[in-house]
Design a protein around this ligand. Structure first.
Ligand SMILES: [Zn+2]
Length: 417
């Protein structure tokens, strides 16, 4: 079989034929043998100006480029490509266009495509190892492939958004994700969680997009809400159930549990019963914060029952946690309003300071809870996304490059149309 037949079989290099092939064992970064293929231009084959695309046969000079090609069998493969500078009648001397090799690339287009494909499913480090490339090279290839595939962010038609933060480094740095909850498409990701950090999203949405936004679901933190109101005054703000209940857990249940443990510790009579109750309360944070339906082990159920029976305050805040969740179950604002008044009355009359404070606070936020009747949205979709983000962070080695990392996130959540 002749070289030109093999070339055709391999897919070829348009305009070139094989002049020589050399194989050397070992010697590469991966320990694989190395093949070097020397190409030469096909005689009489037209060349094209890379600027205007015009065909010409006038060659100014030729330089040999050494570039990576896809491995052949087990060997790391290199090409020696004599690339000409042509004398274009319109543009003067320009480098000839090679559709399979970009101007400054150190590898063929199909090799880069292969790297990008593998980078979709494997960590950058492993792809780099596999091909004997550097981490940065693989990242750069994956980056431009993603950028080309995803294009600029298109926010036309966005009517509702879910907005939430995630931790980049536990407890230190945060980023904000904006998602279309109806399609689960990630619309935007940015560093930080302050007002000015999310401002670029609204800039991207543009005046018309901001005006068309109907609703935004979020936690009760001020930053997201204020920034949303500033750009989209007509949009309805909906508070996410999960976040409100988590806040209740932190500010009410945790507080009461600690207060009660301390109170029992200070009690004048250290009888066996007090000590026993104190010990029960101490190790039960998870039991109180968990959904009742998720407490399944019989021993845990007994423990929870005993705990609530032994302490009135804990019992009250526990029961009101369940009642609080129910506020999100209403479809009619009037019914929701009624349920709220009842809940608020219970909370105030309990005279448990953290609960009273929480209820007073929440009263100001009531519209954001009742808004759920018209826009039954939640940020739950972001929980799953944030879990995937953690996996992507491991794969891409996280935030070394924000632009790259955010592209990976967008690629993972293109949305269901
Ligand atoms: Zn030209």
């Amino acid at each position: 079989m002749a070289y030109d037949e093999i070339t055709t079989l391999l897919g070829g290099w348009a305009g070139f034929e094989i002049r020589a092939v050399e194989r050397t064992p070992g010697g590469t970064r991966t320990g694989a043998p190395q093949i070097t293929i020397e190409l030469s231009a096909l005689p009489g084959h037209p060349r094209y100006c890379s600027r205007c695309g015009r065909a010409t046969t006038e060659v100014h000079d030729v330089t040999i480029r050494r570039v990576r090609e896809l491995p052949i069998l087990d060997a790391e493969t290199w090409l020696l490509v004599p690339q000409a500078r042509v004398r274009c009648p319109d543009c003067g001397p320009t480098v000839e266009a090679l559709p399979w090799l970009d101007r400054y690339a150190r590898m063929t287009t199909r090799f880069a495509d292969s790297v990008a494909r593998l980078a979709q499913v494997l960590p950058v480090r492993q792809v780099a190892q596999w091909f004997g490339l550097s981490w940065d090279t693989v990242k750069r290839i994956d980056y431009s492939a993603l950028a080309a595939r995803l294009g600029p962010i298109d926010l036309t038609g966005v009517r509702v958004i879910a907005i939430d933060e995630f931790a980049i480094q536990r407890g230190h740095r945060y980023a904000t994700t904006v998602v279309d909850p109806t399609t689960t498409r990630v619309l935007w990701v940015g560093r930080g969680r302050a007002r000015e950090d999310v401002r670029p999203f609204f800039a991207l949405l543009g005046p018309a997009g901001c005006h068309a936004l109907e609703a935004a679901v979020m936690d009760m933190s001020e930053a997201y809400e204020q920034e949303t109101r500033a750009h989209c005054p007509q949009a309805v703000i909906v508070y996410d159930l999960f976040h409100v209940v988590a806040k209740y857990g932190r500010e009410v249940i945790d507080r009461v549990r600690v207060d009660e443990t301390n109170r029992l510790g200070r009690a004048a009579t250290h009888d066996r019963r007090t000590t026993a109750i104190r010990r029960v309360i101490k190790g039960t944070r998870w039991l109180l914060l968990r959904n009742r339906a998720n407490v399944t082990r019989p021993a845990d159920r007994v423990r929870l029952r005993e705990l609530l029976a032994a302490n009135r305050h804990l019992w009250v805040v526990y029961v009101l946690k369940d009642a609080l969740k129910h506020l999100w179950a209403y479809r009619y604002p009037r019914a929701g309003q009624r349920a709220w008044r009842q809940w608020y009355g219970w909370a105030i009359r309990s005279r448990i300071p953290p609960l009273v404070a929480f209820a007073r606070n929440l009263k100001r936020k009531l519209p954001g809870i009742l808004a759920h009747c018209h826009y039954p949205l939640h940020t739950g979709v972001l929980e799953g996304i944030n879990n995937t983000i953690k996996v992507l962070k491991r794969m891409a080695y996280g935030f070394r490059d924000d632009g790259y990392f955010f592209l990976k996130i967008r690629a993972a959540f293109p949305g269901i149309p």
